[in-house]
Design a binder for this molecule. Structure first.
Ligand SMILES: [Zn+2]
Length: 308
C-alpha cells in the first residue's frame, strides 16, 4: 500500500462512518491521518529489515472496513496467493483509540498533544502484529491454527512483550521521530517514554472492550504489564541510565492517565488495577507455556522463512 492508498483508506472509512452515524469527524480524520503517517513510515523500515534478513516481502494494509462488518481490528498472516507476510491495521481500531480521547483537550501537566497517545497506541498495535510476523508465523494462516487456547494466549502475550520492546523504533529512527514530533510536539526522550507507556494504556483499554472474556487473550492489566515490561527492557538495554528513566516514565504515565477523562471511564481501572484471577492464570498457565513455546516457535518461524 502506498502512502496515498493509506490515506484514501482513512477517507473511505469515514465515508462509511458518516453514512452510518452522521456526525462531525474532522478532528478524528486529522488525528488518525497523523497516526497513519507514522505507521506508513515504520512499515517501510520494517519491510527492508525483514526483507534483508529473510528475503520475504511484507504487504501492509490499512483496512478501511467499517464496524460491524469488520472481523479483525488488526492482524498478521501469510498470503496464500503470494506467500508474502501481510500485516493489517484497521482504521476502526484507530478510531476506537481516538474515540476514547474525544473529551481530552490536553494531556494534564504536559505540553504535548493527546495525539501522542493515539499515535503510540497505534504503534503498539502494529509492533504487536510485526512480532507475530517475525517470531510466530511459520506457514500460511499458521497463527492459531495448531495452537490450543492456552498456547495461542501465550503467543499473544509474547507479541505484547516484543511489541512493547519494538515501540522504541520510533525514537531510534530520525525519520520516524520527525513525523512523531510534528504530530505531537514531543521532542525529548523523557516525554517520548511517558507517551509510549500512555499509548499502551490506551490500547489495552480499547482492547479490553473488544476482546473481553476471550480465552485466547489475557485481560487488560496483564496485557499492559507485558507491553510495559517490553518497553522497559528496551529502554534499559539501549540507553545509558535508562532504567531510572524508564521507571519514572512508567510511574508518571500511570499518574497522568488517572487524570485523563477517557470516554468510557470504567476502562482505565481495568488496565491499571490487578485482576487477581487473570494474574493467577498468567502466572500458573500462560507464563510456563511461554517458557518453552516462544523459543520453539521463533526457531520454527526462522527456519520456515529460510526454506521458503
Ligand atoms: Zn496478536
Amino acid at each position: 500500500m502506498t502512502n496515498e492508498e493509506v490515506h484514501s483508506a482513512v477517507r473511505a472509512y469515514f465515508v462509511q462512518k458518516q453514512a452510518k452515524e452522521p456526525g462531525e469527524y474532522d478532528g478524528a480524520v486529522d488525528a488518525i491521518s497523523k497516526a497513519v503517517d507514522l505507521l506508513a513510515s515504520i512499515k517501510d523500515t520494517f519491510r527492508s529489515t525483514v526483507n534483508d534478513a529473510t528475503g520475504k516481502e511484507i504487504e501492509f494494509y490499512i483496512n478501511p472496513q467499517c464496524e460491524p462488518a469488520l472481523k479483525w481490528i488488526a492482524s498478521a498472516g501469510v498470503s496464500t496467493k503470494t506467500g508474502n507476510i501481510v500485516i493489517s491495521i484497521s482504521v476502526a481500531l484507530l478510531y476506537l483509540l481516538h474515540h476514547q480521547l474525544r473529551g481530552v483537550q490536553k494531556v494534564p501537566q504536559r505540553r504535548y498533544s493527546p495525539t501522542a497517545l493515539l499515535a503510540m497506541g497505534a504503534v503498539a498495535a502494529i509492533a504487536h502484529e510485526m512480532s507475530h510476523a517475525v517470531y510466530h508465523i511459520t506457514l500460511p494462516t499458521s497463527v492459531g491454527k495448531d495452537e490450543s487456547d492456552d498456547q495461542f494466549r501465550a503467543l499473544e502475550c509474547d507479541a505484547d512483550r516484543r511489541g512493547g520492546f519494538g515501540m522504541l523504533a520510533v525514537l531510534r529512527s530520525p525519520a520516524h521521530f520527525r513525523i512523531f514530533r510534528q504530530a505531537t510536539n514531543i521532542c525529548t526522550k523523557r516525554a517520548f517514554f511517558e507517551a509510549a507507556f500512555l499509548g499502551q494504556i490506551l490500547l489495552c483499554a480499547v482492547l479490553a472492550a473488544a476482546y473481553s472474556q476471550n480465552p485466547r487473550y489475557h485481560g487488560p492489566n496483564v496485557r499492559w504489564q507485558l507491553f510495559s515490561a517490553g518497553l522497559m527492557s528496551a529502554i534499559s538495554r539501549l540507553y545509558f541510565a535508562g532504567q531510572v528513566r524508564a521507571f519514572w516514565a512508567f510511574w508518571n504515565a500511570q499518574r497522568i492517565s488517572r487524570r485523563i477523562p477517557l470516554t468510557d471511564r470504567k476502562l482505565l481501572p481495568a488496565v491499571l488495577e490487578i485482576d487477581l484471577a487473570d494474574q493467577e492464570i498468567f502466572d500458573t498457565v500462560t507464563a510456563p507455556i511461554m517458557g518453552y513455546l516462544v523459543e520453539t516457535k521463533a526457531a520454527e518461524a526462522a527456519l520456515s522463512r529460510q526454506s521458503a
